[in-house]
Design a protein around this ligand. Structure first.
Ligand SMILES: NC(=O)c1ccc[n+]([C@@H]2O[C@H](COP(=O)([O-])OP(=O)(O)OC[C@H]3O[C@@H](n4cnc5c(N)ncnc54)[C@H](O)[C@@H]3O)[C@@H](O)[C@H]2O)c1
Length: 447
């Protein structure tokens, strides 16, 4: 099937590569010339496990093509995916300018029937806006070409995106058009062999399903962080509580890890966008507001521990930092908790010596060179001459460190762990003081 994907980001590139892998003929269009040039040379703009060989093999086989030429892409695809960014607007609502720019471009160039698929996360009612935009441009150009707009939200997780797209839990199709449903069932047939994963619904329900899914996950995290903060106040251990409640199948173990807040390109912006959409229809989304507020506060948690430990004075101190990406197995730093910590430490005159397995280049791109940030080649090197260690991302490589080496390397014998990676008693045995999230008993100084 001839497919075009607009937007070669985390979603568009993975989707394109996976569709090409099963045999579809894919053209990828992006406005970023540099990205397109690099992809043609085999340079993949993001870190995602398994993505580089998948993209490069399909590119070499001619099943995926990269271009900045929108007209070429629109001529090619019977099915056109919109997978461009929908960043927050100034007021937190989703900014649709990139989505609507693609819609205009499709309308200006289409000569035959097209199925236009919204894969970007977009507020309820966006399919209607895309339809209106295409109709307006077609009319202006005196053209009469039929088209359908379908909502097909993406549920991939960064860090496991290839696997998620190859083996999706569900494929949501928001459409009332039989023609589009038939065509998209054909497109997704290779991913649907085990059992029928396609759920057909009306467009608005499909659009809301995506927000509801992300907001539910964010709610679980903020709820657990609230419990962790209470556990600290009560002198309880949130890790015991986590196991205790996770064993109830109605609650489950997934997504109830306390930590220093959620980040990434999706949860923060999608919670915010749904709050704004709710306000626009006259509804005060109180749960979502609380989810956002708790997360905002939680991202300052490690900084608060550090300031408490150092009696509000970290001027001139060097903090070793493990983990910069917003979660493991990605180099994505959007809304990462590490950024809040670093920026607050810098404000107080501290220096950061950081290490991340994949996100160092991205950190360099965001912050450039500055005297209070050193990016180190290994996690051990980041400890040299540091006062203490802080951890913001739960990379596997951090889970079983050499505590004796840490103790020898840092001067103040203290770890601030935003992801609860270690057993407090083990850390204490090595003579290190240990602050973890919601483990009230562990913050009692070692005697
Ligand atoms: N990243 C995720 O984990 C994830 C998961 C599910 C859904 N989503 C949603 O998918 C959408 C895309 O997210 P992403 O993380 O892939 O974004 P991204 O920022 O990584 O990529 C977006 C790409 O679109 C390109 N672009 C912008 N305007 C364009 C235009 N007019 N024509 C062609 N290309 C254009 C940009 O240059 C960029 O390469 C967002 O709505 C996001 O909320 C993201």
């Amino acid at each position: 099937m001839k497919v075009t994907v607009f937007g070669i980001g985390y979603v568009g590139l993975v989707q394109a590569a996976v569709l090409a892998e099963v045999g579809h003929d894919v053209v990828c269009v992006d406005v970023d010339q540099n990205k397109v040039n690099n992809l043609k040379k085999g340079i993949i703009p993001i870190y995602e496990p398994g993505l580089t060989p998948l993209v490069n093999s399909n590119f070499e086989a001619g099943r995926v093509v990269f271009t900045t030429d929108a007209a070429q892409g629109i001529k090619h695809g019977d099915v056109i995916f919109i997978a461009v960014g929908t960043p927050p607007d100034e007021d937190g609502s989703a900014d649709l300018k990139y989505v609507l720019a693609v819609a205009s471009s499709v309308a200006a160039n289409m000569q035959s029937h097209k199925i236009i698929i919204n894969k970007s996360t977009v507020p309820v009612g966006t399919a209607d806006k895309v339809t209106a935009k295409i109709t307006e441009v077609l009319k202006k150009n005196g053209k009469d070409v039929s088209f359908d707009v379908v909502s097909n939200p993406e549920f991939l997780k960064e860090g496991a995106a290839v696997n998620d797209c190859m083996r999706p839990d569900r494929i949501i199709l928001g459409t009332t058009s039989e023609r589009s449903e038939k065509k998209l069932r054909e497109l997704y047939a290779p991913f649907n062999r085990n059992h029928d994963k396609i759920i057909i619904m009306d467009v608005r329900s499909a659009e809301l399903t995506k927000y509801a899914a992300n907001c539910m996950l964010a709610t679980k995290i903020s709820f657990m962080n609230e419990m962790a903060n209470l556990a600290e106040k009560f002198g309880a251990d949130i890790e015991n509580v986590r196991k205790g409640i996770g064993s109830d199948p109605r609650i489950g173990y997934q997504f109830i890890y306390p930590g220093c807040g959620y980040g990434g390109s999706c949860f923060p912006k999608d919670v915010q966008a749904l709050i704004r959409s709710a306000t626009a229809v006259g509804y005060d989304a109180k749960v979502l507001q609380a989810v956002e507020a708790v997360n905002y506060r939680q991202k300052e948690k490690l900084f608060d521990y550090i300031m408490r430990h150092y009696n509000n004075d970290v001027k001139g101190k060097t903090i070793a930092l493990w983990g910069l990406s917003f979660k493991p197995n990605t180099d994505d730093m959007r809304e990462a908790s590490s950024r809040v910590l670093m920026e607050k430490l810098w404000e107080q005159g501290a220096k950061v010596q950081a290490y991340d397995p994949e996100a160092m280049q991205e950190t360099q791109r965001i912050y450039g060179s500055r005297p209070d940030l050193s990016l180190m080649g290994t996690k051990e090197a980041s400890l040299n001459n540091a006062s203490c260690l802080a951890i913001c991302t739960e990379w596997q490589a951090f889970r079983a460190p050499d505590f004796d080496l840490i103790k020898r390397a840092i001067s103040d014998d203290v770890i601030f762990d935003g992801r609860n990676l270690f057993e407090p008693s083990i850390v204490s045995e090595h003579g290190l003081q240990y602050y973890a999230i919601g483990r009230g008993m562990s913050v009692v100084p070692v005697v």
